[in-house]
Design a protein around this ligand. Sequence first.
Ligand code: PDD
Length: 277
Amino acid sequence: MVFLNTQFIKKDQACISVMDRGFLFGDGVYEVIPVYQSKIFRLNAHLKRLQKSLDSIKIINPYTFNEWSYILTKLVNFSSLSNQSLYLQITRGCDTQRQHNFAKLTPTIYIESNPLTPKSKSILEQGFNAISREDIRWGRCDIKATSLLANVLYVEQARQQGVEEVILFRGKKITEGASSNVFMLKDDTLFTHPAGGNILSGITRDLVISSAKACQLSVQEVAFSLADIRRCEGLWISSSTREIMPITLLDGATINQGKINQHWHCVYDYYQQLKYD
Ligand code: PDD
C-alpha cells in the first residue's frame, strides 16, 4: 500500500498527472524516515526538517504534525515488516500548462514504505570504499529537494567504480556525500561540515554529534579537507538508511591504515541504543 493524496491505495494503481510540477521540474521536497520495530524513528526531527524545506520553496504544509503521524503510522502498520524506510514526497502540484512561474496549487503528496535492512556491525567493521569528486551542486543543499540530478550522477559514478559513496568537496572543503553526511576523526575530535546551504543537515548527523559527545568526543562543526583526511584516524558517513558507516579506503588510499578507530564502536553502539529507547 502507498499513500497518494488523501488515499491509501495499491502502488500499481498510484498515478499522477503529467502536469505535476514534480514531474516537470522536480519542484518538490522529500523525507526518508527510518522505522525500527514498527516505531517511527525521530519523527519530530524529520517533520521539522520537512517544514523547513516546504517553507524554503513556498509550499504550504498540507498536514499538521498529528495528521502526518496518523498517516505514517497507518502506512507502517499495513506492512508486516518491523524495519522500514518511509519515503515521503510533496510536490507543488498540477498546473494547466508547463510554465516556470507558479500559482497556488494543491500539493501532491506521495508516501511509500520500503524494507530497511541496516548492515550488521560485523559487516560495517570491515570498512567501505569511497571516491571524492568536486561538488557541482547548487547553493541550497539544505533543502531536501527531489531535484537530485547531480546526486544521481555521483551515485552512478560510485556504482561504476564499485564504491559505497562519493565524497564531495567544494574548493578545499569536504561538504558531504552524494546521499550522506561526512565526519572525520582526528586527535579525539570529530569534525563535520557546518550546517548551511552547502549540506543537507542530516537527522543522523545530529544523532552522530550527540552520540559522539556522549562518548566523550569533542565535536567541531568545522570543515576539513582531503589533505586532512590523509592524516586522520577515521572517516565516517551517516544517513537514515546507512546509519554510521566507516570509510577505510578513499580514492584508493587507506584511512587510518584501514583500521576502525575505537571511537566508532562507542558512537555506533550509542546510536543503536537510541533506536530502541
Ligand atoms: N539521503 N546529505 C544528503 C545529500 C542526503 O541525501 C542525505 C540522506 C543525508 C543524510 O540525511 P539523514 O541523516 O537525514 O538521512 C545527507 C536520504 C537517505 C535519501 O536521499 O535517500
